[in-house]
Design a protein around this ligand. Structure first.
Ligand code: ATP
Ligand code: MG
Length: 183
């Protein structure tokens, strides 16, 4: 699964709509301090369902909405869309045949929020299911931030095992087993 495009609007320092294309090969985001490089990573985490404001370097979730700058008034809505090239890597059967998958998340200042997959409203749970076993989900190892390697090394064997399970692609099955045992 490959990220093709990211569209950011009203999110953190991105007042107006910005479209970032990620062509094949290695991509780097470069720029002076404070220009919004880490905000791009935050946008990726957020659109994939991050629920912790702290993980997004804020106090409250509302902090992700563009708060105004000299040249722009604050926006009332943060919206991020990420487009994946599927290439057979998504194991969830309902999405397996789609060549491109777009996930969208929106948050309004009044606290209302929604998620979409290919522009159709969905639940956070649907996005979590979509990402399961891709390395982008809850126990994402696709984003390695400062300190993550050390925390992996220091983690307990049971915790480390969860990462291995995600990489091996069995998180989905363990989850299904848990759900059916509950029923
Ligand atoms: P560095 O090179 O220092 O790591 P960076 O390019 O990663 O910098 P970011 O941390 O992505 O920079 O961006 C920081 C900027 O984003 C700050 O100027 C901050 O004011 C701005 N910012 C963060 N949240 C918001 C928001 N809700 N509204 C407007 N601006 C915001
Ligand atoms: Mg940074």
């Amino acid at each position: 699964m490959k990220v093709k495009r990211l569209e950011i609007s009203g999110f953190k320092s991105f007042a107006q709509r910005a479209v970032l294309d990620f062509p094949d090969g290695l991509c780097a985001v470069v720029g002076p301090n404070g220009c919004g490089k880490s905000n791009v990573v935050d946008a990726i985490r957020w659109v994939l369902g991050e629920q912790s404001a702290r993980q997004l370097r804020g106090q409250a979730m509302e902090d992700v909405i563009f708060n105004g700058a000299q040249s722009h008034k604050p926006t009332g809505l943060a919206e991020v869309s990420i487009v994946f090239e599927n290439a057979g890597t998504i194991s969830a059967p309902q999405y397996a045949d789609l060549a491109e998958i777009m996930v969208t998340r929106r948050l309004y200042r009044n606290g209302e929020s929604d998620y979409q997959i290919n522009r159709r409203p969905c639940r956070l749970k649907d996005i979590q299911q979509l990402l399961m076993d891709t390395g982008l989900g809850n126990r994402a190892y696709a984003i390695i931030e400062q300190g993550k390697v050390a925390s992996f090394i220091d983690s307990r064997p049971e915790e480390r095992r969860l990462w291995v399970e995600e990489a091996a692609g069995i998180t989905r099955y363990k989850n299904q087993k848990k759900q059916s045992l509950k029923k």
